[in-house]
Design a protein around this ligand. Sequence first.
Ligand SMILES: [Zn+2]
Length: 134
Amino acid sequence: MSVKSQWNMACPKCRRDDCIDIVASVTVRLAEDGTDTDASSDQSHEWGDTSVAGCKACGHIGTVREFRSADAVSLPGLDGRETAAVLAGLRLVQRELSRGEFLPQGVHSIFDEDGAIEPLDADEIDDLCERING
Ligand SMILES: [Zn+2]
């Protein structure tokens, strides 16, 4: 398990996923020698897409959203409606796979190129949908 696989985040500049710092809101316990996050009663760490994120490996700074879309891809030549149709098709296939049902014959032969390739599993389809810019 990695940051990239767990959180779908990587540095958009150097692609590393092991040096990302996020500016989050935390509750700290104030003590005479400073603040302690572990001693506070509320140990939640709140952050989201608009939180500032920084890569300690290369120094790149951006938002969490920018780090999340580091591996985002656009489908060349497709407009927004066409990309949406591709995403809808992928989600349909993913749903059928997770229900353990066979795809309709014509669709299945596209999905595995008539048995020539190992088709994506439901998790791989999920990852692909996440990467495609909708
Ligand atoms: Zn970096």
